[in-house]
Design a protein around this ligand. Structure first.
Ligand SMILES: *Cc1c(COP(=O)(O)O)cnc(C)c1O
Length: 226
């Protein structure tokens, strides 16, 4: 955890950014509630989960902690209700229908669900997310929903070991983000960068990096429930 924080600060300073302008989302999928509690005790407050049932189990087990829970996995339309009821953020929105369901199912009395629109910046190499061209209309439609607060954009580029290639993908998301803001959308979150590419994402303006294995170690998938 501290090593990852130091690496984020390092990447920020290298490109003249303030480390505190980059939030760390600890991706705890496949790791136990005890592992989350340990990271919490080390000061971590934002945690990301990919699988609904696994996330709900941890949220229930850790109710005594002040955690902001981010859902970052793919969303099936029959699983929107528990997400709307129990998570604070959702990063992987790529269909208006899902956004509408989350808004309708967000319980009265809770603050709006904070959401990011997932954009595919890698063309055919990736299946998840809308194209940059589709993003504009969808972003405006999502921003109009009453119980969602559109905070920004998220992407998972096709993996690459080449820093220039990583940066080119993240730069596309940044350019789109700036364009949507010029169009009048009030966005503040660029959710990009994972364990293998977060320095490139930070160099291109990431405000939130989603990091799992660099914090918790390699994942062993037993059973993928969604
Ligand atoms: C698993 C996951 C991460 C974290 O990946 P690491 O390579 O372990 O850092 C980040 N974002 C999403 C959407 C993920 O599914």
């Amino acid at each position: 955890m501290q090593a990852v924080r130091a690496a984020i600060a390092d990447a920020a300073e290298t490109c003249g950014r303030a480390p505190q302008d980059i939030e760390l989302l600890a991706v705890s999928k496949t790791f136990s509630a005890d592992a989350v509690r340990e990271a919490y005790d080390a000061g971590q407050r934002l945690f990301g989960e990919n699988y609904v049932q696994e996330g709900l189990d941890k949220i229930a087990a850790l109710q005594d902690l002040q955690i902001a829970w981010h859902f970052i996995g793919p969303i099936q339309s029959n699983k929107t209700r528990p997400i709307a009821e129990h998570f604070n953020w959702v990063h992987g929105i790529e269909r208006l229908k899902i956004a509408e369901r989350l808004s309708a199912q967000r319980p009265a009395g809770l603050p709006p669900l904070q959401v990011c629109l997932q954009v595919n910046v890698s063309g055919e190499a990736s299946k998840s997310g809308v194209t940059p061209d589709e993003a504009e209309t969808l972003a405006h439609d999502i921003a109009a929903l009453p119980n969602l607060h559109l905070r920004g954009l998220m992407t998972v580029p096709a993996p690459s070991d080449d820093i220039a290639e990583q940066r080119a993908a993240f730069a596309q998301l940044r350019v789109l983000f700036e364009r949507l803001k010029r169009d009048g959308l009030q966005l503040d979150t660029l959710s990009m960068g994972m364990s293998h590419d977060f320095p490139a994402a930070i160099a291109e303006g990431a405000t939130l990096v989603r990091i799992g294995s660099a914090i918790f170690g390699n994942r062993i998938y037993h059973k993928e429930t969604t």
